[in-house]
Design a protein around this ligand. Structure first.
Ligand SMILES: Nc1ncnc2c1ncn2[C@@H]1O[C@H](COP(=O)(O)OP(=O)(O)OP(=O)(O)O)[C@@H](O)[C@H]1O
Length: 243
């Protein structure tokens, strides 16, 4: 089965329950960034974070999402990874998806490092048997040693991210979805983290990366999508990289 993502007329609206009509008018006049503020069929105020998105991703696609603050990049990543359901249109995805939006999501401060490897591994879609097979390698990669037997609340923020990163990048997925290129830890760790992330991305058949760095997107992606006010303003092939 080959991986794909196909979106047809996909939209996402967030209802805003405490916005007055007066502030709505003001938002429409002032909104130079962000999704469109509008009213839905029941006259409720909504932010239209994504509007009429049509796209197809297939194996080999390395997609860079660019656009101003509030243009809809994160919302699109969340829809593509299944965190949000579209409020309009249809989305079809095939293949396993690894979402690297928040590598520590779901981990528990009271649980030990080893327990958190299991918790995060399960959240990333690994089976218990897969976690057991990889746990030593993941533990070694973190360099956290004896700390892995201690509750995670005793870790520094960098140590927590090391742990989350090590588990999240141990998954083999057909589709990798990232909000900015992950860069974690101190200088030494960053070197090996970059290598591990590159390996994961190279193994994936589709990469979707949102970034504010045009330089990074041009180096990494063969297709670039520019978002504007929740819509696709432009899709083009990056001629710096062979498509
Ligand atoms: N939970 C939410 N409730 C209401 N509006 C939201 C919510 N999340 C996002 N939005 C709105 O949706 C629009 C798109 O936001 P999104 O976070 O997708 O933009 P972005 O391109 O990722 O921005 P940035 O570059 O600043 O991260 C914005 O107008 C934002 O205000």
């Amino acid at each position: 089965m080959t991986a794909h993502i196909i979106a047809k007329n996909v939209g996402v609206e967030f209802p805003i329950f405490n916005s007055s009509h007066r502030s709505l008018k003001k938002s429409i006049l002032n909104a130079t960034t962000g999704g469109r503020v509008a009213k839905d069929s029941k006259n409720h105020v909504v932010v239209r974070a994504l509007d009429d998105i049509n796209l197809e991703f297939h194996p080999g696609d390395r997609v860079g999402l660019v656009g101003h603050n509030g243009s809809g990049k994160t919302t699109l990543l969340r829809v593509l990874s299944g965190v949000y359901a579209p409020t309009q249109g249809q989305l079809s995805t095939q293949g396993s998806i690894a979402t690297l939006l928040d590598v520590s999501l779901g981990m528990d401060g009271e649980a030990t490092g080893y327990e958190n490897i299991r918790i995060r591994g399960l959240l990333m879609g690994l089976s218990m048997a897969q976690i057991d097979a990889q746990i030593d390698e993941i533990a070694e990669f973190t360099d956290l040693g004896e700390y892995l037997d201690m509750p995670m609340r005793t870790y520094s923020s960098g140590m927590t991210v090391r742990l989350g990163f090590a588990v999240s990048t141990s998954v083999h997925a057909d589709i990798v979805i990232m909000d900015e290129w992950l860069s974690v830890g101190d200088a030494d760790f960053q070197l090996k983290a970059t290598q591990r992330l590159n390996d994961m991305v190279n193994r994936a058949s589709i990469l979707i990366l949102a970034s504010h760095s045009m330089d990074l997107v041009e180096k990494t992606c063969n297709k670039i999508i520019r978002m504007e006010h929740g819509k696709i303003a432009e899709i083009y092939n990056n001629t710096l990289i062979a498509v």
